[in-house]
Design a protein around this ligand. Structure first.
Ligand code: 5GP
Ligand code: ZN
Length: 154
C-alpha cells in the first residue's frame, strides 16, 4: 500500500515529522509515544503502511515481536524504571485504536507508575466448557478455511 499523506506514523517513518526515534531498520521503526502513559512508552511500527494487524504481512508481524523483545531488554538495562512490561495493540476504533497505522505499544512498568489495566480486563466472563469447545471448533474451522485459501494462492 502507498503511504497515506495524512498518516502521522508514515510521516515519522519518512522523516517528514519529528519523533524521538529509538530503533530503526529497513522494516520497522520504534519511537517514544508523544503522550506516554508511563515513562519510556514506546511504539513499534512497520515502515510500510498497514492499517492494523489483519493487514500486516506475517513477516512484519513477527519482526515486530522480535524488536519488542530486544527493546524490552534495552529498557531493562536503561535508566527507565522497569520491573515489568506490557505489550498492547489495538485494531479498530472499538478496540481503542486512534492512529490507523499498525503499532505495538511497549510499556515499561514499575510499582508506582500509576498505570492500571482497565477494570473490564479484570472482570472475566464464565462461559463453561461446552461454549468454549463450540467456539474453539468454529475458530479451528475458520483457520483451516484460511489455510486452504492460502495454499491455493501460493
Ligand atoms: P492507539 O490509541 O491507536 O493504540 O495509539 C496511538 C498512540 O499514538 C497513542 O498512544 C498516542 O499518544 C500516540 N501518538 C499520537 N500522535 C502521535 C505523534 O504525533 N507522535 C508520537 N510519537 N506519538 C503519537
Ligand atoms: Zn501510515
Amino acid at each position: 500500500m502507498q503511504s497515506p499523506t495524512d498518516c502521522i506514523f508514515c510521516a515519522i517513518v519518512s522523516g517528514r515529522a519529528a519523533a524521538a526515534i529509538v530503533y530503526r531498520d529497513e522494516h520497522l521503526t520504534a519511537f517514544l509515544d508523544l503522550f506516554p502513559v508511563v515513562p519510556g512508552h514506546l511504539l513499534i511500527v512497520p515502515n510500510r503502511h498497514a492499517k492494523g494487524l489483519t493487514e500486516l504481512d506475517a513477516d512484519a508481524a513477527s519482526r515486530m515481536v522480535a524488536v519488542a523483545q530486544r527493546l524490552a531488554a534495552a529498557v531493562r538495562r536503561s535508566q527507565t524504571p522497569c520491573e515489568g512490561i506490557n505489550l498492547f495493540m489495538a485494531e479498530g476504533p472499538v478496540a481503542g485504536q486512534t492512529v490507523f497505522h499498525c503499532h505495538l505499544h511497549l510499556l515499561p512498568r514499575h510499582g508506582d507508575d500509576g498505570f492500571h489495566v482497565g477494570g473490564s480486563f479484570l472482570n472475566r466472563l464464565n462461559p463453561g466448557r461446552d461454549q468454549l469447545d463450540a467456539l474453539a471448533a468454529s475458530l479451528r474451522s475458520a483457520l483451516s478455511t484460511l489455510e486452504a485459501t492460502a495454499e491455493h494462492t501460493e
